[in-house]
Design a protein around this ligand. Structure first.
Ligand code: SF4
Length: 239
């Protein structure tokens, strides 16, 4: 029986895809982003080993709340680290008419990754920075996985939402936003591109793990600063 490692579930999330959703947080992430608010999802040996049947039972219990638009979002952690498991769950959901979204920062393509991407109906792609060097500053890798997933969604005509967390002093310049718009040019399947405000809610978790975030002391991003940046992005994408 297929098993995967689950960190937790969040019921009735309204931010991680259309409608009301059950968010399944999968355990394990290789990126170690300095602003991560779920560092407790990083350890690939953490979480709870869970069978696909158990996860499906949990999903079916939430089904009455999904309504017409809602469904399941696979998040993490990095759900594509367990791509086979996600693909299996998403395929069962599809056979039962349950909408699935995959909330990912991307991994380099492999047969399993492509299968998970193909079977989920919506990809929510976290583009941390368009510039490979800046991406590496944050994560230690250059974002090849993100770019390969972005190109895959264009080729496959997969509905895609783009997100980028904006951190004061790190990627809050208009040129950072224009670089994101340039990366997205030629990807007509991107239905949305949203800038999300950096917040400090994960700081306590970093301390609990004995780690210090490189953004410790950075103030939260304000709506007053984020609004004009979102406007620059929207205008650049309309051109
Ligand atoms: S990709 Fe997401 S879960 Fe992984 S370290 Fe970055 S913010 Fe955290």
């Amino acid at each position: 029986m297929t098993t995967g490692r689950i960190h937790s579930y969040e019921t009735l999330g309204g931010l991680d895809g259309p409608g009301m959703r059950l968010v399944v947080f999968l355990q394990g992430c290789p990126l170690r982003c300095g602003y991560c608010h779920n560092p407790d999802t990083w350890d690939v040996h953490g979480g709870t080993e869970t069978t696909a049947d158990e996860v499906m039972r949990r999903i079916r219990r939430s089904r009455p709340y999904f309504g017409k638009q809602g469904g399941v979002t696979f998040s993490g952690g990095e759900p594509l680290l367990q791509a086979e498991f996600v693909a299996e769950l998403a395929a069962v959901c599809a056979s039962e008419g349950i909408h699935t979204a995959l909330d990912t920062a991307g991994l380099p393509l492999s047969p399993a990754v492509e299968r998970a991407l193909s079977v989920c109906q919506l990809v929510i792609l976290d583009v941390k920075h368009a510039d490979p060097a800046r991406y590496r500053e944050l994560t230690g890798v250059d974002g090849r996985g993100m770019r390969e997933v972005l190109d895959y969604t264009a080729r496959a005509r997969k509905p895609t939402w783009i997100r980028q967390v904006v951190v004061p002093g790190w990627n809050d310049r208009p040129e950072d936003v224009r670089a994101l718009a340039a990366l997205l040019a030629g990807h007509p399947c991107c239905e949305r591109a949203e800038l999300l405000p950096y917040h400090t809610m994960g700081c306590g978790k970093w301390q609990a793990l004995g780690c210090i975030s490189p953004f410790a002391g950075t103030p939260p991003m304000t709506a007053e600063k984020l609004g004009p940046l979102q406007q620059i992005l929207d205008e650049a994408l309309c051109q």
